[in-house]
Design a protein around this ligand. Sequence first.
Ligand SMILES: [Zn+2]
Length: 277
Amino acid sequence: MLVNFIDMLNKAKEGNYAIPHFNINNLEWTKIILEKCEDLKIPVILGVSSSASKYMGGWFVCSNMVGSLIKEMNITIPVCLHVDHGTKEDCINAINNGFTSVMIDASKYKIDENIKITKEVVEYAHQRGISVEAEVGSIGLTTDSENIYADINDCIRLYKETGIDALAPAIGNAHGIYLEKPRLNYELLDEIKREISIPLVLHGGSGISHEDFEKLIKHGISKVNINTDLQIAWKKGLTNFLENNKEVYDPRKIILSGKEEMNKKIEELVNLFNTKM
Ligand SMILES: [Zn+2]
């Protein structure tokens, strides 16, 4: 069933566990993730970035693909189809084409502008039953070393002035592969949790240690975004397959050869996040 994330994230917040957000890139990845999460009986958020949407043929193609797979595969778990780091235009287009949730990322603007844009998206989304995540501070790439922490007052303002359903604050996390140990700011996270009653989201979940994940969830993270980890897992399976099957040219066998490694990674993360229905 395609749903927004409000119910699943509120339950996760109450129950002190986290819901995984996995980015999808194609039909095969979507099938693998849906099948595994159905098998594990856990809710899941499928994230589509603007570039992934373009790659797959557009927001309409993505939502029809996910909706059709849910039907054909008899998926019974709650599935949220979510825009990852969208502009206002991305969010509106995706909502008009069947997405059930969006992340408006106006974090590159100053806080007043961020609030203005986020609020416009919230108004559009909430009229249609769509959930909204927004970002404060800049969750950049792992190669950035400055501005890695959100300002607490900006977090409070964005939360109070826009009506968002979940907040992704920059707390020392980053996208991609961490070059050094992430400098996660738990004091800031605790302060945000005290001031803000909506679920909190962690981007850049790939490469965070098991100990840190357990701590982050204990300190109030209810949604964790995973992208790079599944890419690495898929590539590992694929590389191994190609090395050992030099005669194979069937694209279906080649593309699906990363499945087992992806499944292992999904299960490992879900266990770590203690995800429940
Ligand atoms: Zn992100």
